[in-house]
Design a binder for this molecule. Structure first.
Ligand code: BDR
Ligand code: CA
Length: 309
């Protein structure tokens, strides 16, 4: 099988980490680089978390530190959701690798230049690194097959009534991405809040019995605790949908739309305005087969091996 070369760019983060677990488990994807971005926590913390997650998952590609701040806005973190470490909960292995000497933009550029096939970028945090890449190396746009990102929401936001966290943190970056002309898939709150993993599913994951299964089940419990208090019946696995979109598009319903980013609004900064009054610039995922997604998650965890008895 011709695997899709991918770069994982994110701010792990429980749902980023689970997205990376799905990506590594899939025989369809070939992870060429991992880059951290400042979002759920500071760049130091998300980079450390990226290295710990990649150690757990045995991801062997280079890992580079991303931009320490959004393009123009001051940084904004989410300790209420992911904890002070950015990935609170189960104990993780210490990094088994060294950080790449290149920073994120230069590592991404190198991977793109050296790849014979177009590379897909899976962005699960603020889009600062991706925008910086597009601004610094516009000549490499044809080497990007697609940007599949989690962010935004056509119908509503989560951090403000109008804006979702990843877009709100760096609306200027999202604006650069949406105007880039590169093929884009957006998985926003419209679909990710339907990607609910219930407590009964946590137990199916845990029952797989391997080390990754145990950690993922603990991450799900931690992530759910925040959402349970808000009235969610399960953990909304936002970031994994950006991976599902590549490996199991049959689980998703989507629509092509023109998505524009509000960068100036007093009340609506960071909103993703979707419409059909101009040519579409994104495939927007809007619905998901939840049960199929839960089954995919359990299968993915099983790919890390059977339990040792
Ligand atoms: C997004 O915000 C982050 O906290 C999650 O990791 C996800 O990428 C959801 O709004
Ligand atoms: Ca994230």
């Amino acid at each position: 099988m011709n695997r899709i070369p991918v770069i994982l760019d994110g701010d792990p983060g429980h749902d980023d980490a689970i997205a990376w677990m799905l990506a590594k488990a899939s025989p369809m994807l070939d992870i060429r680089a991992v880059t951290s971005v400042c979002g759920n926590q500071t760049i130091e913390k998300t980079t450390y978390n990226a290295m710990r997650v990649c150690t757990l998952l045995s991801v062997g590609c280079p890992i580079a530190m991303g931009k320490p701040t959004p393009l123009m806005a001051p940084p904004m973190n989410a300790p209420s959701v992911h904890g002070q470490s950015g990935l609170d909960g189960p104990k993780l292995p210490e990094p088994a690798m060294l950080l790449c000497e290149l920073r994120s933009v230069e590592l991404m550029a190198k991977v793109l230049r050296e790849s014979e096939q177009p590379v897909t970028i899976i962005a699960t945090g603020p889009q600062t690194n991706v925008a910086a890449l597009l601004l610094a190396h516009p000549e490499l746009k044809p080497k990007i097959g697609r940007i599949s990102f989690m962010g935004g929401g056509i119908a509503h936001g989560n951090w403000t009534p109008a804006a979702e966290f990843n877009i709100l943190v760096d609306p200027e970056a999202a604006d650069v991405v949406m105007k880039s002309g590169v093929p884009i898939t957006m998985s926003g709150l419209d679909v990710t809040e339907q990607a609910l993993i219930y407590p009964a599913d946590f137990e199916r994951v845990r029952a797989v019995g391997n080390e990754v299964a145990r950690v993922v089940a603990d991450w799900l419990e931690f992530f759910y605790e925040f959402h349970r208090k808000l009235g969610y019946p399960g953990a909304p696995l936002h970031d994994p949908v950006a991976v599902v979109s590549l490996i199991r598009p049959d689980l998703l319903q989507s629509k092509d739309l023109c998505v524009e980013i509000e960068t100036k609004g007093e009340y609506c900064r960071g909103a993703t305005v979707g419409h059909d009054r101009a040519p579409a610039n994104a495939r927007v995922n809007l619905g998901i087969d939840r049960d199929g997604f839960a089954d995919l998650l359990v299968e993915a965890v099983r790919a890390y091996g059977e339990a040792r008895v």
